[in-house]
Design a protein around this ligand. Sequence first.
Ligand code: SDX
Length: 432
Amino acid sequence: MAKTALLKLDDKEYPLPVMTGTEGEMAIDTRTLRATTGHIAYDQGYGNTGSCESQITFLDGDNGILRHRGYPIEQLAGHPDFVETAYLVIYGELPNATQRKEFGLRLRKNAAVETQMQKILEGFPTSASPMAMLSAMVSALPAYYPELATNNFEKDLKNFDLTAAIAISKIRTIVAMIYRYQKGLPFVFPKQELTFCDNFLHMMFSEPYQDHVPLPEVSHALNLVLLLHADHEQNCSTSTVRMVGSSAANLFTSISAGICALSGPLHGGANVAVMQMLQSIHDEGDDGTRFIAAAKSGSKSNRLMGFGHAVYRNFDPRAKIIGEACDVVLKKLGINDPLLAIAKNLEQAALRDEYFVSRKLYPNVDFYSGIIMRAIGIPMNMFTTMFAIGRAPGYIANWKEVASNPKGRIYRPRQIYVGPAKRDYLPMADRK
Ligand code: SDX
C-alpha cells in the first residue's frame, strides 16, 4: 500500500503521495500542491527539497556515506583510477576490460584542443581567474562541435559518448593550457600514449626539450583526488548543470554554467580559501585560535573554510580519505608541508569546540585536498579548476539524466513575492 502524507489546510485535507528511495530516504511528492491547494511549498535554498530522482550518487549525510551507483567511495578510492570511476558515474556500471580500454582510447583521441581556441585564452589577462577562463573555453566548445551541441536532446544524445569524452578530456587539457598561459609558457600538446593523469601532468610541467615524467606516487595521488570529486548528488554546481540542461541547452553549455557555480568560495572555491587560511595561520605563527574565534562570529565571510557541509552532519568520507592520503603522499615524496600539521591541529581544535560540535560541522572534501594538490605541484590558484576536472563526469551523468528523461520539464521554481503592492506610475514632477 503506497504511503501518503495528509496535509490539513483550513478545513480541508489533502493526501500527498510519499516517495521512497533505494536506501529508504523518503519524500513527500508536492507536485500537485499548487493545483489542489493553491499553495506552493517554500524552501529557501532547496535544502529540504528533492529536485529530481537520480540513479547516480547516494549520500547519507548523517552517517557520512557516499556511494556512486551503489559502490562505496572508500572502495573506489582503494583502487584509484579516475577514468574507471568516470565511466561508472556516467554509464552506471564498472567497465570491463574492453570498455575501460575503449573509453580510455576515446579520451586520448579527444585530448587535443583546437589551436584557434588558444586565441580565447589570449583574450584574457594572465591574472584572470582560471575558473573564468575555463568556463569561457568550455562555453566555446559548441562553436567547434556544432554537430554535437545542437540544443536538441534527441540529436545530442545520439552523439553522447563522443561529446562526453570530449568534455572530460578537453576540460583536463584546457586546465593545463590555462596554467601554461598564466606562466607565459608555450602550450604542451597531449600525447596519445599517456594515461589521463600522466597526460595532464605532461601538459602542465613538460618543457620543450624535456618531457615531465611523473612519479607513480604523483599519478596515484592525482587519480585519487580527481576520483574523490567525480560526483556528489545535487550540489550547487551540479544542480546548475541540470537547471541549464533542462532548457535543452547542450552538454558543453550546461557544464560551463556548472563551472561558474563551482567557482564560488562556499563551494568549489573553498579548496583555495582553505590553503589561504592555513598559510595565514602559518605566516602569523598563530595556532588557528584567531580563525576559529572569527569563524564563530556567524558571518559567511569568516567561516572556517573546508568545514561544514550542506548535507554531511558527520565526517565527509572524502575528507577522511584525503586526510589519510596526505600523510602517505607527502612521506613518499619526502615533503614536509607545515600546513598539514596546522590543518590537523585546526581540525582537532574545531572538533573539540562546542560551536562546531553543536552545529555538526566537520571537515569536508576541501579541507585537505589543497595539501595533496600542492604536494603534486599544482599551484593554489588552479585548485578549483582541478575540482572541475574531477567533477566533469558528475556533470555529464546528471545532464544525461535530464536530457533522457521523457517526462522531464524545464526547471522553473516559484517564489513568494514580498515586494511593494500594486501602485500607479508617478510622473517625474510628482516624485520626491
Ligand atoms: C563543497 O553540496 C555539496 O555536495 C558540495 C561539495 C561537492 O562535492 O559538490 O561537497 C563541495 O562545496 C564542500 C563545501 C565547501 N565550502 C566550505 O568549506 C566553505 C565553508 N563552509 C560553509 O560556508 C558551509 O558549511 C556550507 C556552505 C558548506 C554549508 O552551508 P549551509 O548548509 O547553508 O550551512 P548553514 O549556513 O545553514 O550553517 C549552519 C550553521 C550556521 O550557524 P547558525 O546560523 O546556526 O548560528 O553553521 C554555521 C553557520 O554560520 N557554519 C559555519 C560553517 N559552516 C556553517 N560556521 C563556521 N564555519 C563554517 N565553515
